[in-house]
Write a protein that binds this ligand. Structure first.
Ligand SMILES: Cc1ncc(COP(=O)(O)O)c(C=O)c1O
Length: 393
């Protein structure tokens, strides 16, 4: 037999990653308490979670989850279209639609599934999907799964996006971008991209996983902060596992879009609905994110403090106004060494290496949260300045 072994090939791939110093390692967090975690028996101050508003352990969320579980149990029991769609899901969808200024919203179990489902439902083989080169992996995977032509443009390059659209003038087209880029923290040129989509009759989709809760006067996200409405961005997707501190995702838009997704999005139809207690907890998180503006204000103050301090130290900051404040180190080994050195000093900051980011663009993906205090940021800056003197940064 000459048939290759799939498991041996997988093992060879892993060995190759190890040789290149790119092995991914799983870490168990034994306990989380605000921005602090315990791992390997050590207490570490985390600067790598996406819990931007510090809601993941808020007593209102925990209470809502417990009460709903007492009332209604844990699992939803089935897919939404069978008998899994509960009152808690419906209430959350209504609140999310209202918050984002859309007619309707539809829950998905994860952001990854939402993006796969939207693209598979909207796009056919003859269509084109135009995407920023730095879009999240699940947007890229979604277009590939849909079987359409995927055309990528240089990061945030509106003219590049225009060229890609014009190359296929007769094809139905979706232009998709992260609202806030997950590894860089910068905000897409949403107004210009929306205008381009209008001119080119393309449908505009924004994945606002890292903007919802953080940007906009009431946390409505990057699209609203850019002054754009449903007609400008007909397909809005965001996740519930980041600033809202829960898990899951939603797509918001016109009633026609949502009805169409219910009919056709396979990752909505053929999967178990999220636990209703999680939907109840998420609704509590939405209410807090809307009403407690101090969380966004505190986060902004911490971002400003970090950027000022890092600039004074001459650290390789990236042009990000959001909670994601990466330090670009370039070399994967340097990023890993910096992460390990920080851990020695009691900080958890993950190194992000290729292929998650492009070759030569390894970084420390530092994230800030309303759960941090000014003194936490100062301590991190002090540790980074020590590293700088010692080499890796
Ligand atoms: C921009 C973006 N979209 C989608 C996702 C996927 O969301 P989820 O974690 O809910 O699958 C992520 C990260 O997780 C993300 O950063």
């Amino acid at each position: 037999m000459t048939r290759p072994s799939l498991t041996e090939r997988l093992a060879a791939n892993s060995a190759e990653r190890a040789r290149a110093g790119l092995l991914r390692r799983l870490r168990t967090i034994e306990h989380a308490d605000g921005a602090w975690v315990r791992s390997g028996g050590r207490r570490l101050l985390s600067f790598c979670s996406n819990d931007y508003l510090g809601l993941a352990q808020h007593p209102s969320l925990v209470d809502a989850l417990k009460r709903a579980a007492d009332d209604d149990g844990v699992g939803s029991g089935s897919a939404h279209l069978i008998c899994g769609h509960r009152a808690a899901h419906a209430a959350l969808e209504e609140a999310l639609a209202e918050w984002t200024g859309r007619e309707r919203a539809l829950l998905f179990s994860t952001g990854y599934m939402a993006n796969l489902g939207v693209m598979q439902a909207l796009l056919n083989r003859d269509d084109v999907c135009v995407q920023d080169k730095l879009n999240h992996a699940c947007l890229l995977d979604g277009a590939q799964l849909a079987g359409c032509e995927l055309k990528r443009y240089p990061h945030a390059d509106v003219e590049g996006a225009a060229r890609q659209l014009r190359a296929r003038p007769d094809a139905a087209a979706l232009l998709a971008t992260d609202g806030v880029f997950s590894m860089d923290g910068d905000i897409a040129p949403l107004g210009e991209l929306a205008a381009l989509c209008q001119r080119e009759s393309a449908t505009f989709m924004v994945d606002d996983a890292h903007g919802l809760g953080v940007l906009g006067a009431q946390g409505e996200g990057s699209v609203s902060a850019a002054g754009l409405l449903q007609d400008d961005v007909p397909v809005l997707m965001a996740t519930l596992g980041k600033a809202l501190g829960c898990s899951g995702a939603f797509v918001a838009g016109s009633a026609a879009l949502i009805d169409g997704l219910v009919q056709s999005a396979r990752t909505y139809i053929y999967t178990t609905a999220m636990p209703p207690a999680l939907a109840a907890a998420t609704l509590a998180a939405v209410r807090l994110a809307q009403s407690e503006a101090w969380r966004r204000e505190k986060l902004q103050a911490l971002i400003a403090r970090f950027r000022t301090g890092a600039a004074q130290l001459g650290l390789p900051l990236m042009p990000s106004p959001t909670a994601i404040q990466p330090l670009l180190l370039g070399d994967a080994q340097a990023a890993l060494a910096a992460s390990q050195a920080l851990e020695q000093q009691g900080f958890l900051v993950t190194a992000i290496r290729p292929p998650t980011v492009p070759q030569g663009k390894a970084r420390l993906r530092i994230t800030l949260s309303a759960a941090h205090e000014e003194s936490d940021v100062d301590r991190l800056l002090e540790a980074l300045s020590g590293l700088r003197a010692g080499g890796p940064v």
